[in-house]
Design a protein around this ligand. Structure first.
Ligand code: TMP
Length: 221
């Protein structure tokens, strides 16, 4: 049996991690063969890349757009080779917190051309597409406030605690790119409003995941 590939996407603070957790608990409870992972950082070396990509360097140096893009793809290539492709080949359900659409949305919003992303996809993805992408949609004005509250309550040392207007503008562009992806790939992408209560969002997601699993031959009733 060929596995099922599900990705969850959305802007920061859209409740993505909570929903990945809820869905993975449900699938585990049903006894499905499951691999849950995330990008960046789904492998041991990938976690090193995640740190290099997301933590501020003491020197103050930041990645230029092309270097950042290539590091995200290095992480993805390793993840595909070591985790994603083997699990799918074994007939497992693979659930990912972020994948290629995040690159299109975030690096696209940073100015990377679509054609460059297409070329990297040819090299690294080689035609592999998720069976379903759950896209949690929320206005960044609201979602980033959630992130601020969360960071403050955790006493975060490195993470952002305040988003300025330029960052908000960047996240608005990211959201618009996610929305465009959803519009261009209506069969693959389920666009789900994420401002509703967590239980309600979870139920809507399950309404999309369950039929897919059934059609792939998994018993989920
Ligand atoms: P996370 O904390 O939700 O896992 O997100 C990690 C950050 O990395 C988030 O700001 C989105 C960003 N990101 C990209 O910019 N490009 C990518 O391809 C991926 C996977 C994540």
């Amino acid at each position: 049996m060929q596995g099922v590939f599900i990705t969850i996407e959305g802007v920061e603070g859209s409740g993505k991690s909570t929903q990945v957790l809820r869905l993975s608990e449900r699938l585990r409870h049903l006894g499905l063969p499951l691999v849950v992972s995330k990008e960046p950082g789904g492998t041991a070396l990938g976690r090193e890349l995640r740190r290099l990509l997301l933590e501020r360097h003491p020197s103050g140096e930041t990645w230029c757009a092309e270097a950042e893009l290539l590091l995200f793809y290095a992480d993805r290539a390793q993840h595909l080779e070591l985790v994603i492709r083997p699990a799918l080949a074994e007939g497992k359900v693979v659930l990912l917190d972020r994948f290629e659409d995040s690159t299109r949305a975030y690096q696209g919003a940073s100015g990377v051309a679509e054609a460059s992303l297409d070329r990297l996809n040819d090299l690294v993805l080689r035609g592999l597409k998720p069976n379903l992408t759950v896209m949690l949609d929320m206005d960044p004005e609201v979602s980033l406030q959630r992130v601020e509250v969360r960071n403050l309550s955790m006493g975060a040392e490195f993470a952002e605690t305040r988003f300025d207007e330029a960052e908000l503008e960047f996240h608005r562009r990211v959201r618009n790119r996610f929305l465009a992806i959803a519009q261009n790939h209506p069969n693959r992408v389920a666009l789900i409003p994420a401002r509703d209560p967590v239980d309600q969002v979870e139920a809507v997601i399950w309404g999309r995941v369950a039929p897919l699993l059934r059609s792939a031959g998994f018993g989920v009733d």
